[in-house]
Design a protein around this ligand. Sequence first.
Ligand code: GLP
Length: 276
Amino acid sequence: MRIIVTDSYEEMSTVAARIVAGQLYLKPNSVLGLATGSTPEGMYANLVKVHQSVGLDFSEVISFNLDEYIGLDKENEQSYYYFMHKHLFDHVNIKPENIHIPNGNPENLEEECKKYDKLIEAKGGIDLQVLGIGQNAHIGFNEPDIKFEATTHKVKLDEETIKANARFFEHEEDVPKYAISMGIKTIMLAKKIILLASGKNKAEAIYKAIYGSVRPDAPASILQLHQDVVVIVDKDAASLLPEKIKRFCKINKNQEQPSRIYKFYIIEGCFLLCQL
Ligand code: GLP
């Protein structure tokens, strides 16, 4: 796991966009796993800028979104379908047939979930997965106490998540109670993952994700076991991390960044060595 601590939300967004752009330059037909929420908005704005200014090409990109509320129409401004078109898809040259977002109003939900996972596999798996994080350390809509082996599935949203996301809706009662989400297994199968977080309200979740034990009540902690994760956090989101991590991981424009910090974990009797 590599951790980059930035001074601001803007810097976090630029670093994340550079990683995604780099991925597309290296592999123009990349399969991207995409996230919604306020956190990646700045990253998407940067990607749109790079597309418009120097022609970053999305024509061969295939995308799979992490999740969608159940019960909202695509036209609903709070649907993740609407969000993705507003912030990215309407402004770049991605082909509509290459865009995949879970259908929040399927006839057969179980079939929809199975189809989604099969399609990801058929496209060769996700090359780069972008993640935000919930205040309760959820990723996608994988709420605490999720089964780590879950694939795409229906989830009941936590009260905390409903409260946190109510800011986007007129009334808290309007927030859907259920969603369809890629599971932890689906996410962990991605070849590379970037996790973004900004603000003091994410500091505890980031601490649990990076430094806590790997446990289902902190779903993001499973990322410690993925072989290629870059965590990009602003200094507020990093504020609860131990000083040694912050010191080593702060972006320093004049210095090479030493990022080799290791930590041992013991999980169900197995020793694991993680590079932080
Ligand atoms: C939602 C999404 C997550 C996202 C999280 C945090 O619950 N399903 O993918 O990471 O919110 O959102 P925000 O970035 O707005 O804090």
